[in-house]
Design a protein around this ligand. Sequence first.
Ligand SMILES: [Zn+2]
Length: 435
Amino acid sequence: MPGFQQTLAKSASLSGTSLHTGEQVTLRLQPAPADHGIKFKRKDLQEEPIIDAKIENLKTVERATTIGEGSMRVHTVEHVLAALAAMGVDNAIVEMDSNEPPIGDGSAHPYVEVIKKAGVAAQEKPRQTFSVREPIHVETKGGSLLVVLPDDKYRISCTQVGPEGRFSQFFSTEITPAIFEREIAPARTFVFYEDVYPLMEKNLIKGGSLENAIVVRGEAVLSKEPLRFPDEFVRHKILDIIGDLALFGHRIRGHVVAVKPGHGSNAELARAMAKEYAKTLPSIQPRAFPPGEGGLDIRQVMEILPHRYPFLMVDRIIGFEGEIKVTGVKSVTINEPYFAGHFPGHPVMPGVLQVEAMAQVASILMMKITKSASRIGYFISADDVKFRKPVFPGDTLFIHAELTKARSNRLAKAKCQCMVNEAVVSEGELMFTFL
Ligand SMILES: [Zn+2]
């Protein structure tokens, strides 16, 4: 999905029946400014409260996704959220005069229509995208399994499994507005008779009918119109995943692989992604290190090390601990020359350059101790080197070195680690000699 945030060009509305109460409801989509996100507004309540469609406001995931704040609730938000997210709308107000959107035909098609009626307009601010860096995984007691993997696009691959393995289906697709509108939005809600019968008895789904859901009884598929796709059920599962993950609040670049998903597991994945996303934020903001006590700025580092651009792998030393420990910092930017070829379209810092960074930081410590500068250190060995996580442009590398052996000012051994966001990305034990 390209660069800029989007909202609706104008407002547009849709009326219908709500699923749980069976009442008439009107939903109106309104444009909203950049960085606003998606919010719901209850026009039927006094003071017309507004609530963020965010995972922090999730209340229940029984059969549908409900958000709330205080005593206010908005039920069954997933289909309208799916349509907004997949059609590329980042900012909007969803106004309703009830506690639930109109159920329509049980699909997201009516919402796509209302979004198209309003039109989608670009805004002046860039979009925040969460690029999945490493697998995030959730698993529930009910047997749902969701993993999101790094990918250039937003993709979902899903396996749906019904009771006793009935109606097992698989579907895999990239999510773009065009694909969503054609392949996913028309897929309707489906229920298994044994699951809804008790609710019908209790009168909990007053608005429910074959107009807005497919009912599966045994091997029989009951619906007002024939199936829209032979694998309509799994497509609806993907629709629900998109809607529930929209509560994460940012664009996703990653591949979601889901087995037997439900609103509960989808919401858990949204929560896990929000946690991972939060971790990536501090590394984007430049950190200020006080010069004082024991640190070395770039000028001082360059007085000690003979290395120069593009092979100087430390920006500054933030501190020494006695005579044996040192911590250096390197801001890894997209302008590093090696990113052009390592790799085109998928920049990753080469592991060997992290080992080089460890060696440079360890040398600084060694030269400080021996009070000799601008000597050249040569590697003798690098043992137990492990690369644990990829390092990307925008990361701040914290390079720790601890001297484990120093002999006659000529030979030194150091245990080293590179860290990003408090996680070890690489480590090794280095030995070098000085000339
Ligand atoms: Zn649904």
